[in-house]
Design a protein around this ligand. Structure first.
Ligand code: TMP
Length: 205
């Protein structure tokens, strides 16, 4: 028996945390065990990489370094947590996954597609989510919400143009993928949750 992998994506301030709660309850109400992961992170080593990649350094952080750290953390999580859970028949609910790298490092940082694809193949080896919910929010609104939660970290301080490119990439990736669905996260939280539930109802077996 094999479980399913569901991923929640979106810019900072899109409301991922509250949507994750809603999706987790939905999965459990269907009788499945659900474990939650976050990226970068989710294993001791991947959490250390998270601190490292989000942190401030007294040196420039090269875009390629940031990209490789994201995929290093992802590989640790896949091998040690996601694959074993799915093999046990559990469902995995991911707070971000590979679409984040395509959107932030590919779209936002403008790393050429061929470089990204080589790392992606090394890390994922064809693996991908069964369903992705992309919570779409305007960068200005998302960043304002993020600022309300405290100081912005290194990536969050990348500027509005960076987040506009990231959002554009998210929109095109969602549009191109048959298993990714856009949720308008500019609506009230109640309506967002309603849309999330109806999308799950319609697209999960
Ligand atoms: P968050 O999960 O708390 O939003 O923090 C993760 C940060 O890392 C967020 O700014 C998005 C960024 N990120 C990337 O740039 N690329 C990635 O592949 C992942 C997983 C996250």
């Amino acid at each position: 028996m094999s479980g399913k992998f569901i991923v929640i994506e979106g810019l900072e301030g899109a409301g991922k945390s509250s949507v994750i709660e809603v999706v987790k309850q939905f999965i459990e109400s269907r009788g499945h065990t659900c474990i939650c992961t976050r990226e970068p992170g989710g294993t001791p080593m991947a959490e250390a990489i998270r601190e490292c990649v989000k942190g401030d350094w007294q040196e420039a952080v090269a875009e390629e370094t940031e990209l490789m750290l994201m995929y290093a953390a992802r590989r640790q999580l896949l091998v040690n947590v996601i694959h074993p859970a799915l093999e046990r028949g559990e469902w995995v609910l991911g707070d971000r996954h590979d679409m984040s790298s395509l959107a932030y490092q590919g779209g936002g940082r403008q790393i050429p597609e061929d470089k990204l694809m080589a790392l992606r193949e090394l890390c994922l080896q064809g693996f991908g989510p069964d369903l992705t919910l992309y919570l779409d929010v305007e960068p200005e609104t998302g960043l304002q919400r993020a600022r309300g939660r405290g100081e912005l970290d290194r990536i969050e301080r990348s500027g509005l143009a960076f987040f506009q490119r990231t959002r554009e990439k998210y929109l095109s990736l969602t549009n191109e993928s048959p298993t990714a669905f856009l949720i308008d996260a500019m609506q009230t939280m109640e309506n967002v949750h309603q849309d999330v539930l109806s999308t799950l109802e319609a697209n999960l077996p």
